[in-house]
Write a protein that binds this ligand. Structure first.
Ligand SMILES: NC(=O)c1ccc[n+]([C@@H]2O[C@H](COP(=O)([O-])OP(=O)(O)OC[C@H]3O[C@@H](n4cnc5c(N)ncnc54)[C@H](OP(=O)(O)O)[C@@H]3O)[C@@H](O)[C@H]2O)c1
Length: 253
């Protein structure tokens, strides 16, 4: 049980990759705090944790793009848990638009949810993780994307934000290393989640993904959660400032 007695915060915990990571952490003994905007989705995941693992999970609905809400989250965590062991910045979203058809508002919203939010969460939650005597292996995992390595079609804002997130991860890893906090990112390729649900209903799109992926298939949220949990765990105790690409071999095709 890698996460026994660990307090873990997961953003975007109500669906997809975040939900799969919550279930995996809980299966290995963690106390998980679920964060996202839609309370009903967080309650459903909390109930799944209780039903499957007979473990209590906690939730705190938060819009991670809003600093005042992130500050309230930090206060709630400090009051109720004191310290955090692991933080997974997984919340993210995108829209499809070509560069010259993208509005400034669309551009800024995509930056806010995929990049600015991680800055805000790190700024307000990392102080709850610092362990100056370096007793614990503590870590932050940011969920970036294959698009941060190679821009996807008609997602210029998202691709830029995720590339920024991969580099922000490196910057954060340097600042937090003296406090015993490792920081890494995980970059998924195409994964079956609510984010990709619409696209994956289109057979031509699915065939194109299969052609472009060495493993010839779309990934499952659990296959990303496994890597998030590895990066978060003390098995990865000598890894910081790294990005783990989990793309089924997209970049080698
Ligand atoms: N699926 C893929 O193929 C893929 C590929 C590469 C990277 N990723 C990344 O993986 C992460 C998880 O995505 P997913 O595929 O699992 O999609 P998803 O099911 O849509 O999960 C995203 C979660 O983020 C939450 N969220 C969105 N905006 C938020 C905000 N402002 N504040 C708080 N929570 C917010 C959403 O819940 P609410 O709307 O209720 O807040 C949702 O539960 C994202 O960072 C995504 O960019 C996914």
């Amino acid at each position: 049980m890698r996460f026994e007695n660990k307090t873990i915060v997961v953003t975007g915990a109500g669906s997809g990759i975040g939900k799969a990571a919550v279930m995996r952490f809980a299966s290995e003994g963690a106390t998980v705090v679920l964060v996202g905007r839609t309370e009903a989705k967080l309650i459903a995941v909390k109930e799944s944790v209780q039903e499957v693992y007979q473990k209590e999970a906690y939730l705190f609905p938060t819009d991670v793009t809003k600093e005042e809400e992130v500050e309230k989250l930090a206060n709630y965590l400090e009051k109720n848990f004191g310290e955090i062991d692991i933080l997974v910045n997984n919340a993210g979203a995108s829209v499809h638009s070509k560069i010259f058809e993208t509005t400034l508002e669309q551009w800024e919203n995509v930056q806010k949810v995929n990049l600015t939010s991680v800055f805000l969460i790190a700024k307000h939650l990392a102080p709850l993780m610092k362990n100056e005597n370096l007793k614990e292996d503590r870590s932050i995992v940011n969920v970036a994307s294959l698009s941060g390595h190679k821009p996807g079609a008609h997602i210029p804002h998202y691709s830029s934000a995720k590339a920024g997130l991969i580099n922000f991860t490196r910057a954060l890893s340097l600042e937090l290393a003296p406090f015993g906090i490792r920081v890494n990112s995980v970059s998924p390729g195409f994964v079956e989640t609510p984010l990709t649900e619409k696209g994956l209903q289109n057979d031509r799109f699915v065939k194109a993904i299969e052609r472009s992926t060495a493993l010839k298939r779309v990934g499952k949220p659990e296959e990303i959660a496994n890597i998030i949990c590895f990066a978060a765990s003390s098995e990865a105790s000598y890894m910081t400032g790294s990005d783990l690409l989990v793309d089924g071999g997209w970049l080698v095709v």
